[in-house]
Write a protein that binds this ligand. Sequence first.
Ligand SMILES: *[C@@H]1O[C@H](CO)[C@@H](O)[C@H](O)[C@H]1NC(C)=O
Length: 266
Amino acid sequence: MASFHHRWSLTFFFVFATLAPIDQANAGGYSTPSVAFKATPWKLAHATFYGDETARETMGGACGYGNLFNSGYGTDTAALSSVLYSNGYSCGQCYQIKCTQSKDCYSTIVTVTATNLCPPNWSQNTDHGGWCNPPRTHFDMAKPAFMKIAQWKAGIVPVSYRRVPCVIKGGIKFSFQGNGYWLLVYVMNVGGGGDVASMWVKGTKTNWLSMSHNWGASYQAFATLSGQALSFKLTSYTSHETIIATNVAPSNWHVGMTYQANVNFH
Ligand SMILES: *[C@@H]1O[C@H](CO)[C@@H](O)[C@H](O)[C@H]1NC(C)=O
């Protein structure tokens, strides 16, 4: 029951993220008057798990967070069915999940971060293996997270879930890929709603440039930005709050590095 579908697996990004050190130099910024994200009401869904107890299979997921130990998400993560995943705009959201109405339930509530997509499998029925097919709201959890809420042998259990604010230490992290003419940024460690709707970059010699959504939690700008210190402006997908992180990356920034702002959503 467990490993019945393939996951996005991008060892490529895993390697980059593994190597990326973090630079926290002179980052400033401000945010609009903060509208703290509040927990949503409990709803019903189902949960399964994928991978084994090492959570190796959860690395390199569709959100682009690479190695989840390095990016700080750990093993309390889940792959969302496409209905919940929203083309990657739900990446980084935090959910509380508790098992209900099954003899295999434990009473623990686990909080997971969305780090991956659980893709539909059209050769399976929605009530027989195609658990992630639309219109199902489904969580395919990392096995260590699933094992906190239920006996893993159950395979699939009914759950209650709700969105909760992501409680994050420190500022938003920006992991750089691309080159001097194409900046691809993976946004991680996002607090509050945990998600990002839109993003802009500003070099010391440019105005604010709108970035387009690439995949998962990544945004890109086709612009010559090398040799310039970079600031970012982000709008939350859920709360619509806008935040500015000034001089997050120094002028000698380079691809493969992760830079951290000192601002975050709440
Ligand atoms: C989809 O389901 C079929 C039938 O169970 C299975 O053989 C196949 O491996 C699944 N495809 C993916 C991509 O997981």
